[in-house]
Design a protein around this ligand. Structure first.
Ligand SMILES: Nc1ncnc2c1ncn2[C@@H]1O[C@H](COP(=O)(O)OP(=O)(O)OP(=O)(O)O)[C@@H](O)[C@H]1O
Length: 475
């Protein structure tokens, strides 16, 4: 009986059959090799140019000159790396990393995918009889200048992006990366993103915003190197973080971003600092209205804003306008509350009820009339449950435990990569935010303003305020 291997083409060991098979296999190999070469030229053009020039140099000038030139080239790369690190990291490093990392990912991914459970099984079989039917497949590897490495996966039938998100940390650990998350792609595919280098390691400086955009105010940097934009118009923002997480830096970056609008009088920032002015009192002059300390006084200010809201609503409906457009006579009002829990902590029951009612009205009806509430909380467990869903935009800074992450950003956020409970105490200002209109999570760092920066920001705003008379509120 003949014992054929699985890959044998003909059911015979005759010499002619073997020769024909050999010819077919060689042709097939030549086609695959040519196709791979063409693909490589498109995928790694720099590598191909380098290889072609090296071969050309050896052909024309001989080994010695070629080795000399190669050494010179390598020295140039090393000098570039140490003298102009930023341009090296964004221009050359991604190509070099892609060149050697992509083949490694391709080699190891099938094994890692099976070990980490990126596989589908036959659901109708009892679990002990199930075998792996199909694993997620790696389609593309992309290394970016910001240190992110992205793997595009094709999902087998029966697997969802959420299944990948649940196992993403295990896959990341297998490739030696601590920071992993999933990003949406088209149906049936998902990006797995690894971060080996952290662009948020360094403190971020605020950027001047000459014409502040309320739909996309720049507050800092995202970990893909792009600016972190936060919408203020038509929304409310909740900032949650343990003590020292850097909530103050988000608030002050926001005020700094709004500075030109405040000076132009089409935005006003009102502030409540229940901690007695400890945090916001430093730049008190930046706020059009400020209360810190007495619960009654803070409650009165909230109710004053509710009255303003009512007047604006009536004026807008009289004129048949659905959305408020800010201008000097009717500015957009940002109500900042530093530490929502303390707002009512020591107040009498009647005041607590008034505060809750006013806050409820502002959060449910304020957005269309140009009022945004921006509130900070230390302990989302206690405070957020009642109000969370009324804040469309949420920022999770360093939190004490994983449960709090989902409390702030919504169910499943931590699984999708929002590791706010793992932010280091040394990285104040770092946060996870939900990308607007999607379930995608982004890691960001707020710009930092020192006490001196805050004072000069507030002084600048006050100087411009005293130079111009206050206009009357109109709708
Ligand atoms: N964006 C930032 N970048 C760098 N360092 C920061 C940043 N934000 C805050 N820090 C540092 O962390 C310290 C604590 O920050 P901050 O007071 O804003 O925290 P917090 O969350 O408001 O704390 P608390 O709730 O106790 O008021 C600051 O004094 C500063 O040294």
């Amino acid at each position: 009986m003949q014992n054929h291997s699985r890959n044998q083409m003909f059911d015979s060991d005759e010499p002619l059959a073997l020769i024909v098979e050999g010819v077919f296999r060689s042709l097939w190999f030549a086609v695959i090799a040519s196709f791979s070469m063409v693909r490589l030229v498109f995928r790694a053009p720099l590598l191909m140019v380098a290889a072609a020039s090296s071969l050309g140099a050896i052909w024309f000038f001989g080994w010695r000159w070629s080795a000399f030139t190669l050494a010179g080239f390598l020295a140039g790369v090393v000098i570039w790396r140490f003298t102009h690190r930023a341009s090296y990291m964004s221009l050359l490093q991604p190509t070099l990393s892609q060149t050697w990392r992509a083949p490694l990912y391709r080699l190891w991914f099938p094994h890692v995918a099976r070990r980490c459970g990126l596989v589908v099984h036959e659901p109708s079989l009892p679990s002990r009889e199930r075998r792996d039917l199909e694993a997620a497949r790696l389609l593309k590897v992309r290394v970016q200048g910001t240190g992110a490495e992205r793997l595009l996966l094709r999902l087998p039938v029966g697997m969802t992006p959420e299944d990948v998100a649940v196992r993403a940390q295990a896959v990341g650990q297998a490739f030696g990366v601590a920071e992993t998350r999933t990003l949406a792609s088209r149906p049936g595919r998902v990006w797995l993103e690894f971060r080996r280098r952290d662009v948020l390691k360094m403190t971020v400086r605020p950027v001047a915003q000459d014409v502040p955009d309320l739909a996309a105010l720049t507050l800092g940097l995202r970990d893909d190197g792009r600016p972190w934009h936060l919408r203020l118009q038509g929304t409310h923002v909740l900032i949650a973080g343990a003590t020292g997480a850097g909530k103050g830096s988000v608030l002050w970056s926001m005020v700094a971003g709004l500075a030109k609008a405040i000076e132009g009088r089409w935005v006003e920032v009102w502030a409540l600092d229940p901690k007695g002015g400890m945090e916001l009192g430093l730049g008190r002059a930046a706020f059009s209205r400020f209360e810190g300390g007495s619960a009654e006084a803070m409650c009165d200010l909230l109710e004053e804003l509710v009255e303003l809201k009512t007047r604006r609503s009536m004026a807008l409906s009289t004129h048949g306008i659905r959305t408020h457009v800010p201008h000097a006579e009717s500015p957009h009002i940002v109500m900042v509350i530093d530490e929502l829990a303390t707002l009512t902590a020591f107040a009498e029951r009647s005041v607590v009820r008034r505060v809750e009612q006013a806050l409820g009205v502002l959060l449910t009806q304020g957005r269309a009339v140009g009022i945004s509430v921006v509130a900070a909380v230390q302990d989302p467990g206690k405070d957020v449950v009642t109000w969370r869903d009324l804040f469309p935009a949420r920022v999770a800074m360093r939190l004490d435990n994983p449960i709090q992450v989902d409390m702030v950003l919504g169910d499943g956020a931590r699984e999708r990569g929002a590791l706010a409970d793992q932010i280091s105490e040394l990285q104040a200002g770092v946060a996870y935010v939900r990308v607007e209109g999607t379930r995608e999570i982004s890691r960001v760092r707020a710009a930092y303003l020192s006490d001196e920066d805050v004072r000069s920001l507030a002084d600048g705003i006050e100087a411009s305020r005293t130079a111009q008379p206050q206009p009357e509120e109109a709708a």
